[in-house]
Design a protein around this ligand. Structure first.
Ligand code: NAD
Length: 536
């Protein structure tokens, strides 16, 4: 049986391990969660919220434990770990307050079919498989698991093998809420266990991971017609226009590129600066990058701004993209040194779109900057990507900034800031193009774990209901007349049935009935209105 080691990427030290699940564990987990679903789905929403709030309480009580594990597991500072926990509880807090409205049964207007009542109701899928990444291993698993549970599903969670210690911690936090623990199963393991989970036909698969993995899961789920939603990679552009506050753009642009050592899906991955402010932007960006300290601290003091890459694979990607760019004529103007998994914050210029660095996701502390003529060229280059997660636009001309924002082919745009749209709990987040089709944050996140079901309620017989009439033979002319009167675009179309009735003997009896029905309905409405007014 294989194990997953816990490795601190800053020190290389091994600090524990967990046994990997087997394919039998996967089969059993799906079976158990399918049975558990029949219990959890019947719990009233209010009870589910009460149970989930106990988990929120446990998370807040365990804050120091969580940030300590995140720090060891990823090398990020305790304060950056705290940000993950803070974003998680903020989101959960908002969801528990709003879910009773989002998940409510709603009446639906009857249209022409007035003799029945109609409503729609979001229902859970069943067993949701959540497959998570390593870059924010707490915030990218815990809220998603809770949203799926909130909607009434049970969950099988497969955390990333790269940050297995955080996966074990997430499992332990859930187990500390005995009322919740029977409805979630955590399976530790690598891509093989992820693939086994997908193949065991859960009712919905939710992946946060790379576009490559998304493609593999899309193929596997197509075989079984399992619904699949995903939050995938990004190559987020930042555009700096002539009227931008250059000091702010340089400060928060470099922060957006280097935060979490560049391992943020909506981090700044490429920068386009209009030529009039290009030199000034570069000067200030280099000055900002120089202020970033690298290192690792295990306590809650936060003197280092940037930790290591989280594992070896990221280093290979960063090295390969830098080599490719330098071979094609790019120049590093700041940084570039690599020591173990520590990569200096690096600013690189003279980049072109035939370089991997401008096309493929880097996920490291590298900021390529390109000079552009104007807004049009910036937009064209920003949209020249298979990805479409987020973007950042800098301008003090708000009309121009919004115009550019609306023309970007991405899921979210930040004007005069970077990344900071993500913590806004009710602002939907997710990609377009190859960045995925899922949404996290807000109503959109919770409702995507449900399928809308519809109910039409009536009592037979319904002799004058339109659906009944149209089931009887020889009502072609009646149907056509009702369609024209109800949906006619012009007065001619709406009045045609009345003029037809004057000459068409076949239509006359039906039109007579419609007229009598309309007359009766008007009389009833008038009577109701009179009574209502008298009562007032
Ligand atoms: P990854 O694709 O390597 O792995 C993600 C998860 O999928 C892991 O748990 C892994 O074990 C599992 N997996 C791998 N192959 C699988 C398969 N064939 N079947 C089932 N499961 C499989 O991604 P990663 O390196 O862990 O995470 C980084 C990537 O995630 C980046 O591309 C980043 O942009 C993306 N990401 C996106 C968002 C977003 O919200 N859009 C957020 C964070 C990270």
């Amino acid at each position: 049986m294989s194990t997953l080691p816990f490795i601190n990427p800053a020190t290389g030290e091994a600090f524990g391990e967990v046994q990997s699940a087997t394919t039998e564990d996967v089969t059993r987990a799906i079976k158990d969660m399918r049975q558990a679903f029949q219990v959890w789905r019947k719990r009233p929403l209010k009870d589910r919220i009460t149970v989930l709030r106990q988990l929120q309480e446990v998370i807040i009580d365990s804050l120091d434990e969580i940030t300590a594990v995140l720090n060891q597991d990823t090398g990020k500072s305790r304060q950056d770990g705290l940000i993950e926990v803070m974003m998680t509880v903020d989101r959960l807090h908002q969801y528990y307050r709003n879910a009773p409205v989002w998940l409510k049964r709603r009446r639906v207007p009857p249209g022409l079919y007035v003799f029945k009542s109609y409503y729609k109701e979001p229902h859970p899928y069943g067993v949701v498989a959540v497959i998570g990444p390593w870059n924010y291993p707490f915030d990218l698993t815990m809220p998603v698991v809770c949203s799926a549970l909130l909607a009434g599903n049970t969950v099988v969670l497969k955390p990333s093998e790269v940050t297995a210690a955080t996966g074990v911690l997430v499992e332990s936090l859930i187990k500390r809420v005995p009322e919740l623990s029977p409805f979630v199963r955590v399976l530790h393991g690598g891509p093989d266990i992820g693939a086994a989970v997908v193949q065991s036909s859960p009712d919905l698969v939710f992946l946060t991971g790379s576009t490559g993995t998304g493609r593999k899961i899309a193929k596997a789920t197509a075989e079984t017609m399992t619904p699949f939603i995903a939050e995938l990679g990004g190559k987020d552009p930042m555009i700096v226009l002539e009227s931008a506050d250059i000091a702010a753009a340089a400060k928060w642009g470099t922060w957006g590129a280097f935060y979490n050592t560049g391992q943020t899906c909506m981090g700044i991955e490429r920068v386009y600066v209009v030529e009039s402010v290009y030199d000034e932007f570069l000067r200030q960006a280099v000055s900002e990058a120089k202020q970033i300290k690298q290192g690792y601290v295990a306590d809650i003091r936060n003197e280092n701004n940037m930790g290591p890459l989280t594992f070896e694979r990221q280093l290979q990607i960063v090295q390969d993209q830098l080599d490719d760019a330098l071979a094609k004529g790019a120049r590093i103007i700041y940084g570039g040194k690599i020591d173990g998994l520590f990569v200096e914050p690096t600013i690189i210029v003279d980049v072109t779109h035939d370089m991997k660095l401008m096309q493929e996701e880097t996920f490291g502390p590298i900021m390529p900057v390109m000079k552009v003529k104007d807004e049009t060229e910036a937009l064209w280059l920003a949209n020249d990507s298979v990805y479409g997660l987020s973007a950042s636009v800098w301008s003090n001309n708000m009309r121009q900034a919004k115009r550019v924002a609306h023309r970007l082919d991405v899921g979210s745009v930040n004007v005069n800031d970077a990344i900071s749209h993500y913590p806004v709990s009710l602002l939907p987040f997710g990609g377009v193009k190859q960045s995925g089709n899922a949404r996290t944050h807000g109503k959109e996140e919770v409702l995507q774990f449900t399928q809308m079901r519809s109910y039409a309620i009536g009592r037979p017989p319904l002799p004058i209901d339109l659906a009944t009439r149209m089931r009887e033979p020889n009502h072609y002319k009646l149907g056509a007349a009702i369609m024209r009167m109800s949906f006619g675009v012009t007065p001619r179309q709406r009045l045609q049935p009345l003029t037809d009735a004057l000459t068409d003997e076949e239509l006359q009896p039906d039109m007579g009935k419609i007229a009598r029905l309309a007359g009766a309905a008007t009389a009833v409405a008038a009577l109701a209105l009179t009574l209502f007014r008298a009562k007032k």
